[in-house]
Write a protein that binds this ligand. Structure first.
Ligand code: DGY
Length: 332
């Protein structure tokens, strides 16, 4: 078929070339060139003729967007989380939704530990002291943090990333508690992890790491009441989705030293963060970079592109969020 481009595809942001190369083989690809999220009105205009949309978690793919995109057959999210997409509606109107799980597990688990360690050992405060020339010499009571060895690790969401976080805890010999709808026999067998109710995990854990998807049931799962049940020495880490924590309640808990610290890669209203967080040294705050390694981002975009192309070609994508659509429309 030579170089004929069969499908019209819109890519909502500049992505690594690995992904674009896959798409360009068979698609006429238009890319929004900006470094920030595409303005909504432009996105709605650009999807008008698109058969495929490759987007990021910053794009809201809702009924309004679907109504503007009559030719759309697939939305390929370049992320594992897909709370930005109205999957129910997509399924109803026969649009396939795909995502990129697995490839970002290690990078995200690494970052969860980075945040945990940084918060436990007051890294940001120490860095600030050095940069502002405030270090006056070693002192026995200076910048005392939390020990990690033997402390209880509580995992909210024991899927791929939660599991990888537990795997990394071995050197610290931590008892592990987890909260999930489904049991995780691997964690139970290999790490003697115990599946518990949320309140037990909250009350018993020294370090709590969040790896749940954002959904109606998990929105503000960590709220004022739950925060008040945590140990005073507890540290909470979130690399999942910001809105799982009530961020204003967390600011209060950190201000009042109700808990010892937080490590946050994600925020409720990104790119903003709750007022007050910027002043709190017991919060380590970083800009949603869980999957931001060169290799991982390259692979995420390659997989997202391949998912999209497969659907357009009538083949099953590697990762389908609503596989029932594929069955119905592609008979595969
Ligand atoms: C995801 O994939 O859902 C992350 O939040 C972005 O890498």
């Amino acid at each position: 078929m030579g170089t004929e481009k069969k499908y019209k595809v819109f890519v909502s942001r500049q992505i690594p070339e690995t992904g674009l190369d896959v798409l360009r083989q068979k698609c006429e690809v238009e890319i929004y060139p900006g470094e920030q999220a595409i303005p909504r009105h432009l996105l709605l205009e650009k999807v008008k003729d698109a058969e495929g949309l490759l987007c990021l978690l910053s794009e809201k793919v809702d009924r309004e967007l679907f109504a503007h995109a009559p030719k759309l057959r697939v939305v390929s999210n370049c992320a594992v989380g897909y709370d930005n997409i109205d999957v129910e509606h997509a399924t109803r109107i026969g649009v396939a939704v795909t995502n990129t799980p697995g490839v970002l597990t290690d990078a995200t688990a690494d970052l969860s530990w980075t945040l945990l360690l940084a918060a436990a050992r007051r890294l940001i405060e120490g860095d600030h002291i050095m940069r502002h020339n405030k270090f006056t010499g070693w002192s026995p009571l200076f910048l005392l943090g939390q020990d990690i060895k033997g402390k209880t690790l509580g995992i909210l969401g024991a899927g791929r990333i939660g599991t990888a976080v537990v795997e990394r805890s071995v050197g610290w010999q931590m008892p592990v508690l987890y909260f999930d709808r489904r049991p995780n026999p691997y964690l139970e067998k290999t790490f003697a992890a115990r599946k518990v109710e949320l309140n037990e995990l909250i009350q018993q854990s020294d370090f709590i790491s969040i790896h749940l998807p954002l959904a109606a049931e998990t929105h503000h799962l960590i709220n004022e009441k739950v925060l008040s049940q945590m140990k005073k020495s507890a540290i909470i880490v979130n690399t999942s989705r910001g809105a799982i924590i009530d961020e204003n309640a967390l600011v209060k808990a950190l201000e009042n030293k109700q808990i010892a610290g937080a490590g946050l890669d994600v925020f409720e209203n990104e790119p903003a963060m709750a007022a007050g967080l910027e002043k709190l040294f017991n919060a380590v705050v970083i800009p949603h970079i869980g999957s931001a390694t060169i290799h991982t981002r390259g692979e995420m975009t390659r997989i997202a592109a391949k998912n999209l192309l497969n659907v357009l070609e009538g083949d099953p994508p590697e990762f389908a969020v609503n596989p029932e659509v594929l069955k119905k429309h592609f008979n595969k």
